[in-house]
Design a protein around this ligand. Structure first.
Ligand code: LLP
Length: 431
């Protein structure tokens, strides 16, 4: 987080607060979000794009799937961001805090009829259509309700990205979007225009996530606008918005030097300046959907070491009280994290540890090898950059309740999610 400092005693402070005190008050595992870091990230995005083509034509939607809660949604509304939601649940979070629904965009590749109805009822601003079934389903609902929802067509832009296989979404055989290369994207746009039951406002694509280069975004905008030009020639329609999705990366253990978001803004600016003379009408509004690059650095996980073990093969395990059920990313993607001993930052790092969770599975490894000061049962471990895609993918594996989540700044500590109880976990079973 941006507010991290070290006390004279060698303890990690966030927003001036001692992590061991927070761990004592709220228990562990504990996820902490630093409000200032979230606000800074929003400001950063807004500033980076303030010089884009025409500042009034950029909209930033936060991708809720990275992590959402009512408290966070309220903060994002105050920051003038919109929301990208992918389920009824995420929509209802927005509703709960009276998030301006016209700034909400509904995504996903299998939106149920009930979810589409909910979106219409709540007045969700945009529905992003992914495939023919959805297109038919929504057209039917529009006819039935007499509404004319604003939609974008999601395109699989056939763009390769340099990221984990599971995180690639823009290639021709991706599960998301109407393929561009087969002509289906074009056919979907024409179909909507012909039918006129839906209000076609734009074209969308998302090439992948944890991206570090600007090339996929440049290619994406170019392809979407080229498609728009084709449709314009045939029908006279022109998009109000185009979106290359989200996916901008962050500094990770694998990629330490992450380019600034300003670099993406400059690259997109160059791309649209080059394209402008070929366009038949005004440059559409650019819609961005960052998730991770807004929230990842603001969050950290705090665990307590419950046991240690050294094997004959020389592995020194530290067993913490969380693990793969609150952070599946190392097991699922082989993601690398770092760890700190937040109470002992001035002690020399001298021991190589294997940081392992409490779950009954050998794959429950948070970090294979990490060099830390010599630690013992009762010490705390902190995993920074745990704000994105950890809690949202959490489970109750082994029927362990999920962690508490707090949001802090210098003035206040808010419990954003209370710790789950056994009653929560067992409450859903019938006898
Ligand atoms: N927009 C669309 C349409 C998306 O599919 C995604 C991510 C985003 C925006 C936000 O991407 P971000 O800016 O957060 O990278 N569970 C994986 C990430 C899956 C992301 C899926 N879609 C992980 O832990 O890395």
């Amino acid at each position: 987080p941006d507010t991290a400092t070290i006390s004279a005693q060698g303890e990690l402070l966030i927003a001036g607060r001692n992590l061991s005190e927070l761990a004592r008050s709220y228990g562990t595992p504990l996820y902490i979000f630093d409000r200032a870091t979230i606000i800074n990230a929003c400001t950063h995005y807004k500033q980076a794009f303030s010089t884009y083509y025409n500042a009034s034509t950029v909209r930033i939607l936060y991708a809720s799937k990275a992590y959402i809660s009512p408290m966070l949604a309220r903060l994002l509304a105050e920051q003038d961001l919109g929301l990208d939601v992918v389920s009824g649940g995420e929509m209802l979070v927005a509703q709960r805090v009276a998030f301006p629904m016209e700034r909400v965009s509904f995504h996903g590749n299998n939106k149920s009829e009930a979810e589409l109805r909910l979106a219409l009822e709540l007045g969700v601003g945009r529905i992003v259509l992914d495939n023919w079934s959805e297109l038919e389903r929504l057209t039917r609902l529009a006819r039935e309700t007499g509404m004319r929802p604003a939609v974008l067509v999601r395109v699989a832009p056939d763009i390769d990205t340099d990221t984990h296989k599971y995180l690639q979404t823009g290639h021709a055989s991706a599960k998301f979007g109407f393929p561009l290369s087969s002509g289906e994207a074009r056919a979907a746009l024409l179909r909507i225009l012909q039918d006129d039951q839906l209000e076609l406002v734009g074209i969308h694509a998302h090439s992948g996530t944890l991206l570090r280069e600007t090339r996929p975004y440049e290619e994406c905008i170019e392809r979407l606008l080229t498609l728009a030009c084709e449709i314009h020639q045939e029908t006279g329609w022109w998009p109000e918005e185009v979106s290359p999705g989200g996916g901008w990366g962050i500094e990770t253990v694998e990629a330490r030097a992450m380019p600034e978001i300003a670099m993406l803004a400059r690259a997109l600016q160059r791309t649209v300046e080059l394209l402008q003379p070929r366009l038949p009408a005004e440059m559409p509004t650019l819609v961005l959907e960052p998730g991770r690059s807004i929230i990842a650095r603001a969050g950290l996980a705090i665990y307590r070491i419950g046991a240690t073990k050294s094997t004959p093969g020389g592995v020194n395990y530290l067993f913490v009280d969380g693990g793969m059920a609150d952070n599946i990313r190392p097991a699922l993607y082989g993601s690398l994290y770092t760890a700190l001993a937040p109470e002992h930052l001035l002690k020399p790092a001298e021991q190589t540890y294997c940081l392992s969770g409490r779950y009954c599975e050998s794959g429950d490894m948070l970090i294979d090898q990490v060099v830390l000061p010599t630690l013992q049962e009762g010490d705390l471990i902190c995993l920074p950059t745990a704000g994105a895609y950890c809690l949202p993918m959490a489970s109750n594996y082994n029927l362990v309740p999920r962690p508490a989540v707090i949001m802090i700044d210098e003035e206040r500590i808010d419990v954003m999610e209370r710790r789950e109880t056994y009653a929560d976990v067992l409450g859903r079973y019938n006898n």
